[in-house]
Ligand binder design. Sequence first.
Ligand code: ZN
Length: 129
Amino acid sequence: MKELSVTSRVRNEMIDITESVSRAVADAPVEAGFCVVFVPHTTAAVTINENADPDVPRDLLAKLASVYPQEDHYHHSEGNSDAHLKAALVGPSVVIPLREGRLALGRWQGIFFCEFDGPRRRQVWIQVR
Ligand code: ZN
């Protein structure tokens, strides 16, 4: 398993990690199989979406913020319930098929690490099988 380090700079941010994941896959001796990208955090997530137009992640973060505002009548005393809710919705992992030893992503697809309680230094685990 490969471990990737991601540093977020603001509280909510989508960081394109496609290149880093591609490099991890290129190092693995697997031609056909799967790549699992897993985020071992409860206030961050990972998703696949369009990485051509930066307005797509921008809209996604804006809509998540309107659905889960930072201040609401939450019970969790740490003050980051919005981040937990966003992470639950987006999810901790994605699976990407491999074709000829490379990520088989669609033309407009990129892999995004989603920070919801930054800035922080985070981990992403990558397993190729
Ligand atoms: Zn918390």
